[in-house]
Design a protein around this ligand. Structure first.
Ligand code: BGC
Ligand code: IFM
Length: 811
């Protein structure tokens, strides 16, 4: 069942009924200010950091679901309704929500009044703009009232949800004309405040939540709106909110438009402290003035649209399959940008409090956005590398506002160091900018320790070399990519998290997955050493890779597939010998794409076993058979019920690894099949089962062992976005950035048809057309570059050109 449709021309997903199976959200903002907004106008906003500078309050775990947001209410005689249906849930005569690139549009009507709400965050300013137009579609004059509503969060979202004894006495507001200011914390020299204004005189306002909702009232039926008149309350402590009331009279056919601006402001440094606690309103007034006319809003909106047109034009594809086209060109890249902005911090499943920027996560996300925003990718790499320790290990997460490593979580995930090599290598293959390797980068953000980035890569590499176990395989530490495979975690007491308890290091537990990563990224490190004129280090790296490669062959092969790991007792994990968890996806997916076991025929066998053991109609499960009880030697993985999350869920993130590996082996039909199964656009028709947004990937789909097989969870912030983009763009469509230039190596299903790709690469626009007259799955027979035949399939990079025309024939 579908709840809407893709409007590809507008680059929008159009939701046609408000009660979707789960809230279907969008992200507004591209720089410092962000809002999450659901298809019923739920959500919240923050400045830079969802934990430390949360502006409006959202209640996770709320009942009913998804009820706090930036709402508009319309009171039309006794009828109270919302353009997004929630929170009043008054049945609407019509409803539509269009989630687009950085904006959302709601159009709904009730009793011949239509509301059209456009909401977006402009490119450069720290505010959310809400342009709302009300139209009288009836023959009679109508007198209605419009109310805005946002509930202020007391800045630190963590503290806001815990420290009531203090916080309920700190709230302060100020009102000037049509602008409601929220200045809690200003007194503490925090130097910031929030504001909510409208470009019209207001009849009344409310800043106290109790006055607005009623002490025992609710957002569904706010007391003050039922009364028809806000009370001009000035909040003092308790729960400050912002609500404007505008009474208006609409003649038949008449429309009126209002622009609301919900913004964040900081005072100039020298005006930080005002003894009388009077905020400097100038920064807010400047923004409000800027967006006081419809024309200026329309201009900012079209600038936002142009920004996305430009971004997405950097990789465009036309195949015979419209679902592939819309995912690759629009939604997959859009999701990659959202992961750039959010890492794993704020979604409807990540509270914005728990996780910030992940070292491993953001390095992988970069693989999916580096072609879109190479300059920002460069900065991101430096930020991430600055959280590395001198021994090559790294803080697992860092806070977006401070960019400092999070010491609560600490380090000890032994895959982390290698992801830095992955990110830098991807950046250089994309941009050719080797100057980044000379960039001075500190360890643990201590400026005096700065060394060239290249040295960080060396420390990453050396960390693995110096942390190996009895089988010559890398030690796993607290966990590798699979956070829940805690092989050094023996026990856990109530209230303790798996990752903070127990010895995180051990001399025995080893990861075959990290071994595969080491082969891939160790070789990429060697290539970079070679590139910058250090052949000795390059040779040394190859030798170390060869040792680990041999260890995989000797101790990492289980007979029919690759082993997953050795636990702290030296027992096998992910082996036919195990009772449960006999086979894991990670090594089967990652080792072949890393070039492990291909010539030995192991890769081919591992992928066959994957299909045989792990595949399902909704995607490939992470392991089989699931753990039915808790295993002390394995940790969190076995704490999940069978079929969920890391215990035999369809963990979407590593499905593209399998697809890539299939492509590396030339299996185009299978590679695409794996791609298609978890691709949201292909699941749109079963939205009642899949439940999450049909335009973005989710972290997990419940596996066949779960009661809710096929149901997705944790949409948006997942490495699936980046890895899928790598898969489809570089392996299926086969346009690969290499150190020398673009390589053309498609691997497609036999019936995929011809296709074209337009791709920006190092400032040059490549127009690539691929024909497949003989319906092969892989192999280029001829390659013409600007009409001239080229040997092999790499197009040597030529910076002297602006456009390059490539004609490739498969066969
Ligand atoms: C959580 C898991 C999650 C993993 C992802 C763990 O701490 O408990 O549920 O999948 O982290 O990073
Ligand atoms: O690899 C992790 C990732 O860092 C966060 N989400 C879950 C993945 C698997 O555990």
């Amino acid at each position: 069942m579908k709840y809407g449709f893709f409007d590809d021309l507008s680059r929008e997903y159009v939701i046609q009924q408000p009660d979707t199976p789960l809230p279907w959200i969008n992200y507004l903002g591209s720089d410092n200010f962000f809002s999450l907004i659901s298809n019923t106008c739920g959500g919240y906003c923050f400045y830079k950091d969802a934990k430390l500078l949360r502006m409006t309050r959202y209640r996770y775990n709320n009942v009913p679901y998804d009820t706090n947001g930036h709402y508009f209410y319309i009171k039309d005689r006794d009828t109270i309704w919302n353009p997004g249906w929630q929170p009043s849930k008054t049945p609407l005569d019509s409803y539509e929500c269009r989630h687009g690139m950085g904006y959302s549009i709601f159009k709904s009507s009730k009793n011949q009044i239509t509301a059209n709400l456009l909401t977006f965050v402009p490119l450069k300013d720290s505010c959310e703009i809400q342009k709302i137009t009300l139209t009288n579609d009836s023959e009679k004059e109508r007198n209605i009232s419009l109310f805005s509503y946002a509930e202020w969060c007391l800045w630190n979202a963590d503290d806001d949800s815990r420290n009531f004894q203090r916080n309920l006495s700190t709230g302060e507001v100020e009102v000037k004309d049509s602008v409601l200011y929220h200045k809690t914390e200003y007194r503490e020299r925090r130097n910031h405040y929030a504001f909510y204004g409208v470009n019209a005189p207001v009849n009344h306002f409310e800043t106290s939540r109790d006055a607005f909702l009623g002490v025992y009232g609710s957002a569904e039926k706010p007391t003050a709106i039922i009364d028809g008149k806000l009370t001009d309350s000035i909040a003092s402590g308790w729960y400050p909110i912002a609500s404007h009331q505008i009474n208006l009279c609409l003649k038949p056919g008449e429309s009126k438009t209002f622009v609301f601006v919900l913004g964040y402001a900081e005072n100039p440094e020298e005006e930080k402290w005002e003894a009388e606690n009077i905020i400097n309103k100038k920064p807010a007034e400047t923004i409000l003035k800027k967006y006081s006319s419809e024309a200026s809003v329309d201009q900012a909106f079209s600038a936002l649209k142009d920004y996305w047109t430009d971004l997405l034009s950097r990789f465009q594809v036309t195949t015979e399959n419209e679902k592939v086209n819309r995912m690759v060109h629009i939604w997959n890249q859009y999701q990659c940008m959202v992961t750039f902005n959010m890492s794993r911090s704020a979604s409807y499943y990540e509270s914005g409090i728990g996780r910030g920027m992940g070292f491993r996560d953001s390095c992988q996300d970069l693989l999916g956005f580096v072609h879109l925003i190479p300059e920002r990718a460069r900065t991101r790499i430096i930020d991430i590398a600055s959280t590395q320790f001198a021994d090559g290990s790294a803080y697992h997460q860092y806070q977006p506002l401070t960019k400092k490593g999070n010491s609560d979580i600490g380090s000890g995930f032994n895959d982390d160091p290698l992801w830095l090599i992955a990110a830098v290598s991807a950046y250089i293959r994309e941009t050719g900018d080797t100057s980044i390797l000379k960039e001075p980068v500190p360890f643990d953000n201590e400026e005096e320790t700065a060394v060239p980035l290249m040295e960080h890569l060396k420390r990453s590499f050396d960390f693995i070399v110096s942390h190996k176990g009895p089988h010559g395989l890398p030690l796993i530490g607290r966990a590798d990519w699979n956070d829940c495979l805690n092989l050094n975690c023996y026990s856990r007491h109530p209230g303790e998290s798996f990752q903070t308890f127990g010895p995180s290091e051990g001399p025995v537990a080893e990861s075959v997955f990290i071994a595969g990563m080491f082969v891939k990224y160790g070789r990429e490190y060697a290539d970079l050493c070679h590139l910058v004129g250090n052949p000795a280090e390059s040779e040394h790296a190859h030798k170390e890779v060869a040792k680990v490669y041999d260890s995989i062959l000797q101790h990492g092969w289980d007979g029919k597939w690759f082993l997953r790991a050795y636990d702290a007792n030296g027992e096998k994990v992910g082996s036919a010998d195990c009772q449960e968890g006999k086979i894991f996806i990670e090594p089967q997916g990652f080792l072949p794409l890393s070039g492990v076991g291909i010539k030995e025929g192991l890769a081919e066998q591992a992928l066959k076993s994957t299909e045989e053991w792990l595949d399902t109609q909704y995607g490939i499960t992470i392991l089989q058979p699931p753990y039915t009880h808790y295993h002390l030697n394995l940790g969190e993985i076995s704490s999940y019920p069978p079929g969920y999350k890391e215990n035999a869920g369809i963990f979407c993130h590593n499905n593209p690894w399998v697809s890539i590996s299939e492509a590396v082996l030339g299996h185009g039909n299978r590679a695409f099949d794996v791609y298609r199964k978890i691709c949201p656009a292909f699941l749109e028709d079963i939205s009642e089962i899949h439940r999450t947004e049909p335009y973005v990937y989710s972290q997990m789909i419940a596996g066949k062992d779960a009661p809710r097989f096929g149901e997705a969870k944790n949409s948006w912030l997942t490495g699936t976005a980046a890895w899928t983009f790598v898969n489809v763009s570089q392996y299926i469509l086969g346009i690969q950035p290499t150190l020398e230039g673009l390589c053309i190596d498609p691997c497609v299903p036999e019936d995929f048809g011809d296709f074209t790709v337009t791709r920006m690469y190092r400032g040059v626009c490549y127009h690539i057309s691929v024909r497949n007259p003989h319906h092969v799955q892989r192999g280029i027979s001829t390659l013409l570059v600007d009409g001239v035949a080229v040997q092999g399939n790499i197009i040597p990079f030529d910076s002297g050109k602006t456009d390059v025309y490539v004609e490739a024939a498969m066969g």
